[in-house]
Design a protein around this ligand. Sequence first.
Ligand code: UDX
Ligand code: UDX
Length: 456
Amino acid sequence: MNKTILCIGAGYVGGPTMAVIADNCPDYKVIVVDINAERIAAWQSDTLPIYEPGLQEVVERARGRNLFFSTDIIAGIKEADIIFVSVNTPTKTFGEGAGKAANLQYWEKTARDIIEHAESDKIVIEKSTLPVRTAEAMHRILQSNTKGLNFDIISNPEFMAEGTAVDDLEKPGRVLIGAMEDESGQKALETVANIYRNWVPEEKIKKTNVWSSELTKLVSNAMLAQRISSVNSISALCEKTDANILEVSSAMGMDPRIGSKFLNASVGFGGSCFKKDILNLVYLCEFHGLPEVAAYWEQVVLMNDYQEERFVRNISNHMFNTVAGKKIAIFGFAFKADTGDTRESPAIHVSKLLLEERAVLAIHDPQALKYAKLDLADYEGDISYETDPYKAAEGAHAIAILTEWKEFRDLDFEKLYASMEKPAFIFDGRNLLDHQKVFEIGFNVYPLGQKALSHL
Ligand code: UDX
Ligand code: UDX
């Protein structure tokens, strides 16, 4: 077996993962290919296609040494014996399972490219998040080759989060590798484990069967999202009872069985993975005749929609039951802080609902304005995009905080207040601000899951 690794798909997952592998494994040659030539050119340039702290340095250390980016998928397939596949698997928009199931067409096309061009045995690794038992179908397709070649299929899902990708890859909580239980599968598992052994301690390498590995990825995201939906549901009850969600979360999180992380109430969770993966899980449960299990997990997504809708209803209710013609400054459009990514951002849904109520929106975000414009391009209404938060708030009736950017805390709220219409409102969808302080300036403040601070 030669030591050349190919990765098909140079996206958020493939790019950083391969850069960290190349950086830590100087004995391996790592080639990353993509059908998108623009993206490959960006990986070869000083302006990488994605921003992640520390990524530029990692790429620069390895690029040209043992890390290469290319559009030549065929040459890559011929050269490498180990092939990671991290093409995207979006939610299906057509046919059976539309809106829930994963669209596997890119994956299948990639498998077919591999059999067409392979000249030697390969290990094919699922890096993309896939429905459980995809490996079975892929294995059948790969083994249908008429060249007498052997293909082992391995599941090795990625758990990194955006904004901390390099750290998560360098010090992973676990590296999960799932393989078929036959001799060939187990040998392939060891080959893949040997890559990670270059920098990951043995006890962090978790070996399972291939189905457990595929399912673990979906369930890990579903469990994380479920924590947020659970806390968000309780934030609604807190607002009715004068309990405080911050106190409830922190007191509850002191139980080590519950744990303190991922318990921050918010306007809703976003990102490219949570919703997609839960809906995929729901579809799988339906497919396998488990409607109760499907309904249980679907509720996590429905609760997220509810939280976003509830946030908008609160805005309208507190602003005298109408936002029509009122300017609302949206502070934060990214799905979380420290990223320019807006995929499935709660800000999209919230903006859409506010526009339906005929509010006038001025959107400010330190990183995400480019994508915000694209996300709202098809919506009708009065929308402006401001790089200057003070400009966004000028003449506004309210500020709605939708992303937990730290810099929002340091804004001059006296200045913001002075330029706004009165009464001025703040709706803090991330419980980010010092609410007492802004209340004393004159704002009517509506945090999440906490008592409102109102002068009215
Ligand atoms: C990945 C996984 O693939 C997805 O299943 C997981 O849930 C999230 O992470 P991500 O890296 O975020 O997706 O996707 P994206 O940034 O869209 O990158 C995928 C890349 O694959 C794109 O650059 C696309 O051009 C490329 N691609 C797609 C191919 O090279 N060939 C194809 O046939 C299809
Ligand atoms: C997630 C998983 O964390 C990662 O393991 C997986 O590989 C990909 O999906 P990511 O989408 O980058 O990563 O973001 P994450 O940090 O998990 O946040 C997801 C969403 O939940 C964000 O919108 C965030 O603001 C929200 N969130 C997170 C909350 O609302 N409250 C919390 O307590 C934590």
